[in-house]
Design a binder for this molecule. Structure first.
Ligand SMILES: [Zn+2]
Length: 367
């Protein structure tokens, strides 16, 4: 069965405005492009096409998430505020979450893309799927946008799956360099959604992502944070999946696995300070697929999140989608030999192992 691939040109028309990095232009900040911009995603899509991989994939078309679907997580007041800023053509949905013309509709199309992807996987039209959507979603909370995210795409898709598709147990594993705070918050007191996030320690958002955030009430034990120290690379990430994520999935036995997939833990990312390479994503994807095969008939959905290196996101993305589809194209990551030869930090360091050991010890709380 094929791998689904979802992309829509309109995702690229979400405008994050005039900024420098993530800071709005003005005062002493010279106008430039906002760092959450089009090129990393468009070039990922282009490489999937030019490498020939796209011919092996099943195209999926997004739809707009409707208000009922959004209200499963977001508040009515928040949605109204986003819509009015979008109609005005500018605004901030909360904290570092810029809105441009039509951003409300484009964000609904982004969330709807994840819903379509989940449905396609659950209905068996595709074995697994990659949703290359924008704006991203994993920082968005019920009543505010944060960190470039407006609507909580993955949360909305998972809640749709539970409400409309009879899902009993869903696992999410967020490998974006930032903490998946929105996903964590959405399911913090529930034991039917296991949320796992590996991220750079003490980074963004500052108010979440610590290891002692384990869940509340029935959800206690069903949230696992693995805050790796800055400088963690290939071995630390793969070891996290081997020793924490896969064993947690084995205990939880999900109906489907959903990955908020940011490529900003790559060694070339201008925001993150981690050292992952395209092979890191290849290997993590492969381990997740093996787990999905054993546990849930291969059902695995990946939804795009961050990743700000215009030149390297495409190679991390290609490696991921190649692995999902089982087709290796002739396009070899040209940056890889240099990275493997010159960058330190790929081997597992004792201070990284200590974090992974502590996270692995928490898995026993999953019933
Ligand atoms: Zn990120």
């Amino acid at each position: 069965m094929a791998t689904g691939f979802l992309w829509h040109e309109r995702y690229m028309w979400h405008s994050t405005g005039i900024a420098a990095g993530q800071i709005p232009a003005g005062g002493y900040v010279e106008p430039d492009n906002h760092i959450e911009s089009v090129p990393s995603k468009r070039r990922f899509r282009s490489l999937v096409e030019v490498s020939g991989l796209i011919e092996q994939l099943a195209p999926l078309a997004p739809r707009y998430a409707d208000e009922e679907e959004l209200l499963r997580f977001h508040t009515r007041d928040y949605l109204a505020a986003v819509k009015s800023m979008s109609d005005a053509g500018y605004g901030d949905a909360g904290e570092l979450a810029p809105i441009g013309p039509d951003s409300y509709d484009i964000a609904r199309l982004s969330a709807g893309g994840c819903i379509v992807g989940l449905d396609a996987v659950l209905e068996g039209h595709v074995r697994n799927a990659y949703i290359l959507n924008r704006p991203p979603g994993h920082h968005a909370e019920a009543d505010q946008g944060r960190g470039f995210c407006i609507l909580a795409n993955v949360v909305i898709a998972v809640l749709h799956g539970i409400a409309e598709r009879g899902l009993q147990r869903v696992a999410t594993f967020d490998w974006d360099v930032h903490h998946g705070n929105g996903t964590q918050k959405a399911f913090y007191d529930r034991d039917d959604v296991l949320t796992i996030s590996v991220h750079q320690d003490n980074y963004y958002p500052q108010d979440s992502g610590a290891m002692d955030e384990r869940g509340d009430g029935a959800g206690l034990g069903y949230n696992i944070n693995v805050p790796l120290p800055a400088g963690s690379g290939h071995e630390a990430y793969v070891e996290t999946v081997r020793r924490v994520v896969v064993p947690a999935l084995e205990r939880f036995r999900p109906d489907v696995i959903v990955v908020p997939s940011g490529f900003d833990a790559s060694a070339m990312d201008p925001l993150g300070r981690q050292m992952c390479i395209s092979d890191t994503y290849r290997e993590m994807t492969s381990l997740l697929m093996e787990a999905a095969d054993r546990l849930c008939e291969g059902r695995l959905l990946m939804c795009h999140e961050g990743g700000y290196s215009q030149v390297y996101v495409p190679w991390c993305g290609l490696a991921t989608v190649e692995t999902l589809s089982g087709h290796r194209t002739p396009a070899e990551d040209p940056y890889l030999p240099d990275y493997l030869a010159t960058l330190a930090g790929h081997s597992l360091q004792p201070w990284q192992r200590e974090v992974i050991d502590r996270a692995a010890a928490m898995i026993g709380d999953i019933k």
